[in-house]
Design a protein around this ligand. Structure first.
Ligand code: FES
Length: 176
């Protein structure tokens, strides 16, 4: 039988990862969890931690008595899961219908090339991370990206270098 979804969350400062004990606290809410709770557990840990750390995957595996390889296998199948912490500037690129029709695929390719990462990854300097998301409710601005809550709309690929540089400059000036 599925456990009822607990409402309680683990307190955490923004940007702070869950530590081992915090992950244990999440797992403790599902004492008799079976493998059908794997996805909800991955979602909850990712929601609180921002990503799935290796430690989190190992602990979830122990809790559900599943091999880590199986967990990675399942988690990588769903592109909602990420295995690196998000960057200082988290770029959400909309791939909803309106944005798709107006060229979001080209934006995605260009961002991946400029940042030298794939969607779901973080740049080596930790400055940017990239995530592909469904409609973010700004279809009138399509195609659109959202960086730390700031929307950039009606984009062309030529706008992207300038936008990235805005954030790099912010970083240099230390007013991020
Ligand atoms: S489809 Fe992109 S914001 Fe709605």
């Amino acid at each position: 039988m599925m456990n009822e979804q607990p409402q309680e969350t683990i307190s955490r400062q923004p940007g702070q990862s869950l530590n081992h004990d915090n992950i244990q606290a999440v797992l403790a809410k599902y004492p008799n969890a079976q493998r059908e709770l794997l996805i909800p557990l991955l979602q909850e840990v990712q929601e609180q931690q921002g990503y799935l750390s290796k430690d989190a995957v190992i602990q979830i595996g122990k809790h559900l008595k599943l091999p880590t390889s199986k967990i990675y296998g399942v988690a990588t199948f769903y592109n909602q899961f990420r295995f690196q912490s998000i960057g200082k500037y988290h770029i959400m690129l909309c791939r909803g219908t309106a944005c798709h029709v107006k060229g979001s695929f080209s934006l995605l390719n260009t961002l991946q090339r400029l940042l030298k990462i794939e969607a779901g990854q973080t740049t080596r300097d930790g400055l940017f991370s990239l995530e592909v998301v469904a409609c973010i409710g700004a279809c009138g601005l399509a195609p659109v990206i959202c960086v730390n809550g700031e929307f950039h709309g009606n984009l062309t690929v030529d706008d992207l270098p300038k936008i990235l540089n805005q954030y790099r400059n912010k970083e240099k000036k230390g007013d991020a």
